[in-house]
Design a protein around this ligand. Sequence first.
Ligand SMILES: Cc1cc2nc3c(=O)[nH]c(=O)nc-3n(C[C@H](O)[C@H](O)[C@H](O)COP(=O)(O)O)c2cc1C
Length: 234
Amino acid sequence: MALVTPTVSSALAATLAELKAAGELDLATFNKGESSSVDYSAPFALFSQWYAQAQTTETPWANAVNVATVGANGRPSSRAVLMQMFSVQNGFGFYTNYASRKGREMDENPFVAMTFYWPQLARQVRIEGRVAKASETDSDAYFARRPRGHQISAWSSLQSECLPSADVFTTRIREMEAQFPEGTPVPRPPHCGLYFVTPDAFEFWCEGGNRRHQRLTFSKSDGEALWTIGRLFP
Ligand SMILES: Cc1cc2nc3c(=O)[nH]c(=O)nc-3n(C[C@H](O)[C@H](O)[C@H](O)COP(=O)(O)O)c2cc1C
């Protein structure tokens, strides 16, 4: 696979030029190092642009994202999940087991951090925000679109619980296959569903030569409509 490494200046310049063209960024202010407010959709537009590029370079899993949670004990834990959808309205959606370790920790503390890393593009996107369960209707609709094998596995796995032997999981899969015979719809297990992360911070990182990386940030407080844009030392 060819390594796609856009020069930082051209990658970031293209990005900023697009935001400017969309009327979402006062580039002159930004370049003076002052913070500037941009429209709510701006970081989503930039994410969308980078993600589209990653989908062509980071096969098969451009949507793999690390999600870090912190439970009541204050200890962080992190793992990869697949981002299933994103939108300005709903944020970033992923699907998991509510009773898993991450599910329990998100119940205890609704703030999470997500990191996409796209090595072929030499880019990283960090997102922080508040997580919440999607509506039952949205989770049902998502689950109904999953392949049957995935649906059966969702019923069979007690995610994050101790598995005493591999046979125990195999037996549970057989039991669930008998419970939901081929040809009958498999309902969503009540312990699984979608979560959406509503961001209040983004950081877009591009690699630069001699460790002169570029870091572009968007942040906002709860309820604010505009993002403050900024730059960080690498
Ligand atoms: C690339 C990748 C994608 C994954 N996607 C998901 C996912 O979308 N949902 C999920 O529950 N687990 C997913 N997993 C498994 C999780 O990383 C993790 O093992 C599982 O969710 C249990 O995590 P927990 O015990 O911290 O809750 C994925 C793993 C990898 C490596």
